[in-house]
Design a protein around this ligand. Structure first.
Ligand code: FNR
Length: 357
């Protein structure tokens, strides 16, 4: 892999590198796959309106997020089972995230214990949980994560039941021999697959979770709580009322319900309803630095990536993850310079050629 390897080329390299099961797990999407494809297409379709004749010799890509100053607005979103992609799994991701200064949101489907990830992560990390019965188990995991240094908690809201995948995609949580779940393995029965494959309820997911539970969680937790998987502006309002510290506009990379709007289409409505009361982040289809400029122009404070860093992990472990973030960061700087934007706060809908509304 050369320094010039772009994200789409990495996907092709990962396909060559990975066993079929792992590649299908990473790429799988709900139903026809139109939501996953739609995410990519929506960011790609927006055209930019470059301003020339601006002094762009000094660029500032830093952002303020949850009272921390980050050097760039790229986070690694929560994705499960990194040891399917690379033998060093989440440890390699943690190292790659740290060297590229990207906040790593560790999935509850990690195949490495949290304590080991925390030890490998010299940078910032958050912990993502699917709603589990908010009993002792979830409290224990959250307390452990916070004790180990997780700076925020992300609750995934768009997964009350399993996503609609076909046998082509991987819709199960059974790992090949030798691999174990680092967090979920401690919840008795969580990983039991229902005896009826069409039983939509899964022991690891709590289908009864509602905004009242989110409000209780926000009250109890000593760190900021964000919700992930919001597309509707009225749900964003409910999230703010529940006391969240941030909202992630996401359709789970198109892996759960299909069709749903592309996140680039849902983002402006959420951002305008939230109106700066809490940060709004977005994921789904971020493949180039210019997509980050577009996401911020549509109202995001920062972006998360999913599949791209898994491709990097598969191809070159920690160095591959680092490469993906640094490549996007470089492309972000180039896009800003080519559009006449010197800092992230300069980015507004003015940089989009077509009005969004
Ligand atoms: C995911 N995603 C996800 N989300 C979550 O909240 N918890 C999880 O455990 C997972 N696991 C997961 C596994 C894999 C293999 C993928 C690809 C995705 C969704 C993820 O956080 C994010 O929303 C999307 O991946 C973003 O879209 P892109 O960047 O993959 O297009």
């Amino acid at each position: 892999m050369s320094a010039l390897t772009g994200i789409p080329e990495l996907r092709d390299l990962a396909r060559e590198e990975l066993p079929d099961l792992a590649y299908r797990y990473i790429m799988s999407a709900a139903s026809s796959g139109s939501a996953a494809a739609g995410n990519d297409a929506a960011f790609a379709a927006l055209t930019l309106s470059p301003r020339v004749g601006v002094d762009v010799s000094d660029l500032d890509t830093s952002v303020e997020l949850l009272n921390s100053r980050l050097p760039h607005p790229i986070l690694l979103g929560p994705t499960g089972c990194h040891r399917l992609a690379h033998p060093e799994g989440e440890l390699a991701t943690a190292r790659g995230a740290s060297t590229s200064e990207a906040t790593y949101v560790v999935s509850s489907y990690t195949t490495t214990p949290l304590a080991d990830i925390a030890a490998a992560c010299t940078g910032r990390w958050w912990h993502q949980l699917n709603p589990a019965p908010y009993t002792r188990y979830m409290r224990d995991v959250l307390a452990e994560a916070v004790g180990l240094g997780a700076e925020a908690i992300v609750i995934t809201m768009d997964n009350p039941v399993a996503g609609i995948r076909s046998a082509q995609g991987w819709d199960g949580v059974t790992l090949p021999d030798g691999l174990e779940f680092g967090v979920l393995g401690r919840l008795p029965g969580a990983l039991d697959n229902p005896s009826d494959p069409l039983d939509i309820y899964r022991p690891a997911l709590d289908a009864s979770w509602s905004w009242d539970d989110v409000a209780a969680l926000c009250d109890e937790q000593p760190v900021p709580v964000l919700v992930k998987g919001v597309l509707r502006a009225d749900d964003a309002e409910r999230a703010v009322a529940a006391g969240v510290s941030g909202i992630i506009v996401s359709n789970h990379g198109g892996r759960n319900l299909d069709p749903v709007p592309a996140t680039a289409a849902a983002l402006p409505g959420v951002a305008s309803r939230v109106a700066g009361r809490v940060p709004v982040l977005v994921d789904g289809g971020i493949r180039h630095g210019e997509h980050i400029v577009k996401a911020i122009a549509l109202g995001a404070d920062a972006v998360l990536i999913g599949r791209p860093y898994l491709w990097g992990l598969a191809v070159d472990g920690a160095a591959g993850v680092q490469h993906v973030v640094e490549r996007l960061w470089t492309e972000l700087r180039m896009t800003m310079a080519l559009c006449g934007l010197t800092s992230i706060v300069d980015i507004s809908s003015d940089v989009l050629w077509d009005a969004v509304g």
